[in-house]
Write a protein that binds this ligand. Structure first.
Ligand code: DC
Length: 228
């Protein structure tokens, strides 16, 4: 079983994917770490984030076992990853690693932006996790403060909107729900509520009566869908 969990910044998709994987005993890949690691390698070697050739070299040199989550967290790295992730050749360079992970015997849970649309169109189920930009910004602000970092709600909200716009409007693999994705809006849900809702979606697929997917989202419909 391959489970795709996509969604915008700070939607909670990573937490959800991790919990689903642990519950089902499946391996989990946070694909954002790959884009963050590529961006970090560029920055360490003094390259511009838009330097396509250097970015592709950085992406090709990555391996899944060399990803240090602690080193790659943080807003600066997220923003850099979003810039590097808009380069189509970087996405192509990272796709085999992600597909190989997804095709492990027994299945896997992957979270990202294009798992259901590009990396694993065969994934089932595909869950697109979203929440209003305001709620996502509030959660991210609290999370940063809990880690002892300074965080200004208005600045976090602006950054989330900016990243949403870049991730949705890029030419390669833009952020959007796959046609057959189930949209899980967590605006009014806490982590436990979102987890239960996700498990209910998965159970419907396992019992052979999947819930109805959202109608296909044209780019102009994404804003209301992302509620930003
Ligand atoms: O999931 P995250 O916040 O760690 O992702 C950081 C950025 O990386 C995100 O804004 C866009 C990029 N990214 C991507 O383009 N495709 C993915 N599958 C995962 C992340």
């Amino acid at each position: 079983m391959i489970i795709a969990v996509d969604g915008p910044a700070a939607s909670g998709k990573g937490t959800l994917a991790k919990k689903i994987a642990s519950h089902l005993g499946l391996p989990h890949l946070d694909t954002g770490l790959l884009y963050r690691a590529a961006a970090r390698a560029l920055m360490e070697h003094g390259h511009e984030l838009g330097d396509k050739d250097a970015a592709v070299r950085a992406a090709r040199s990555l391996s899944l076992c060399g990803l240090d989550e602690n080193e790659l967290r943080g807003n600066e790295m997220a923003e850099a990853a979003s810039i590097v992730g808009a380069i189509p050749e970087v996405r192509a360079a990272l796709s085999d690693l992600q597909r190989a992970f997804a095709c492990r015997p027994g299945g896997a849970v992957l979270d990202g932006r294009d798992i259901g649309t590009v990396i694993c169109p065969e994934a089932c189920p595909k869950i697109f996790v979203t929440a209003s930009a305001e709620v996502r910004a509030r959660r991210r602000t609290l999370e940063l403060r809990a880690r002892g970092e300074e965080a200004d709600y208005a600045a976090v909200l602006a950054e989330i909107r900016n990243r949403d716009a870049r991730d949705q409007n890029r030419s390669a693999a833009p952020l959007r729900p796959a046609k057959d994705a189930i949209v899980l809006d967590t605006t009014e849900l806490d982590i436990a509520g979102a987890f239960n809702a996700a498990l209910a979606i998965i159970a419907r697929y396992q019992s052979g009566s999947p819930p109805r997917a959202a109608p296909p989202a044209a780019p102009s419909r994404l804003d209301p869908l992302l509620r930003s």
